[in-house]
Design a protein around this ligand. Sequence first.
Ligand SMILES: *Cc1c(COP(=O)(O)O)cnc(C)c1O
Length: 478
Amino acid sequence: MDPEEFRRAGYAVVDWITDYWATLGQRPVTTQDPPGTVVAALPDAPPPEGEPVAAVLADLDRLVLPHLTHWQHPSFFGYFPANTSGPSVLGDLVSAGLGVQGMLWSTSPAATELETVLLDWLADLLGLPERFRSTGTGGGVIQDSASSATLVATLAALHRASRGRWRSTGLDRRYRAYTSTEGHSSIEKAARIAGLGSDGVRTVEVNPRTRALDPAALRAAIRADLAAGEVPAIVVATIGTTSTTAVDPLPEIGAICAEYGVWLHVDAAYAGSAAICPELRWTHAGLEYADSYCFDPHKWLLTGFDCDAFWVADAGELVEALTVLPEYLRNTASETGAVIDYRDWQVPLGRRFRALKLWFVLRWYGAEGLRAHVRSGVALAGGFADRVRADDRFEVVAPHPFALVCFRLVAGDEASAELLARVNGTGRVLLTHTRVAGRYTLRLAVGSPQTRPEHVDEAWHLLARTATEVLADLPAPA
Ligand SMILES: *Cc1c(COP(=O)(O)O)cnc(C)c1O
């Protein structure tokens, strides 16, 4: 592809994305295809001769778009949002065009230094404790995902708890990780990868009303393990659990971790973004106890996947846990100790220039623009919850401090599941579900960049109308 061909094709691709975003709201949010639909439509082999980009764009329209779940759709209310935005896409495009590797400071100095500064900016925006700044012992880094952040935190915690054995000879005793019964699945996955096994994870009871971790139960679990000769290594607390956005009580949890010398990692994957709004920053109270913290700008801060912001209070410990130095990576800058080599802060060696999309986003929106996005989601979700509460066929099942509302039909699990299947079956909205204390629960998460009040209104009217049909069709309870 010569430069002029690239320029033309590049403009065509940007036009294609622009048109996609402009017409997105008219598409079904998701598809009802059986598995294998796309496989059956694709040729068996790649083309023997090259083809123009226009041919690929035509196939995107024909073969890909009709068979996607459209996460940027204004009526996408499933899971948590996975935001993207114009500036994020453009920043990513620049990163792709530069194609640099930022594994060491010396392999691309600006890639490292921009990332360090942006993570300090973000720490300021979220009001994170001073010790996470790069100006002290700590610092931030971009991981691909919150799952990776939890894994890296687990490895550093094991390094600390085993006094270096995890790194040298491997674990000599049974080490334990703790989270609530509502903790994310990535915590168990990290424990398996780190060698603790699923049984190494203690799941601690939650308060039945708030769904937040019960500190007394955490203390009891740690004491029982200590009495049995096991080593408590890490507690993962959550700000905004995946199921219902419960906020674990960090001040109490932090005090327990400090008392027993256990690493505290705080997973705020979704809800961390809310802390850019001062009125929502109460959710981070107690964070000064944390050894590490992460949130996903790729969920709610208008930055495309993948972008997880991860901070540690003591970067030296993390680097010590993960560094391996073969001859071919030796360089004078690293040897001076004056530079950050982010390869030692993550699992892979190589790393792309993810800071660019974050830089484009922070500069385009500014702090106020990002706050406006978060506030609009919180307000729309609050309005939706009011309507659910005002209809006595429904109930709201958990507090909703952010932009997720959990609710169900009072008639029970069967009716609630049928309601979800029917509204999603229309293709006009996408909601997902969870179980809260064993009961089937619908989740409506606001946060897609194009979502406006009318989309949330429409979702409510569709739910209310469909509930009437579902309740009429279901056999009356005996
Ligand atoms: C979404 C989520 C994760 C996983 O996020 P990834 O970045 O996709 O790994 C982890 N923890 C919580 C609380 C989440 O909501």
